[in-house]
Design a binder for this molecule. Structure first.
Ligand SMILES: [Zn+2]
Length: 81
């Protein structure tokens, strides 16, 4: 796992009191990543999961049914949505 730093604003989280890790909808490439990691008995930070601070956690949580690349874009530039 990556250290708990918000992927939007780079703020270091006071986890678990502030924000948290959100797992987004898996893209085909994410499913492939899961399979490779499982087959090789490896662990790592999933490409479809990111840390969010208290300011961004709620918004990110609302968008977790989207793939991570789309969700991040909408958090950074809500007008694109
Ligand atoms: Zn943040």
């Amino acid at each position: 796992m990556k250290p708990p730093v918000c992927c939007i604003c780079d703020k270091r989280l006071d986890y678990p009191d502030d924000g948290g890790l959100i797992y987004f909808k898996k893209r085909p490439s994410d499913k492939k990543w899961d399979k490779i990691m499982e087959e090789n008995g490896m662990v790592g930070h999933p490409p479809y999961a990111e840390w969010f601070c208290g300011d961004h956690y709620e918004k990110a949580s609302d968008l977790k049914n989207l793939p991570i690349d789309k969700a991040l874009k909408m958090i950074i530039e809500p007008s694109i949505g």
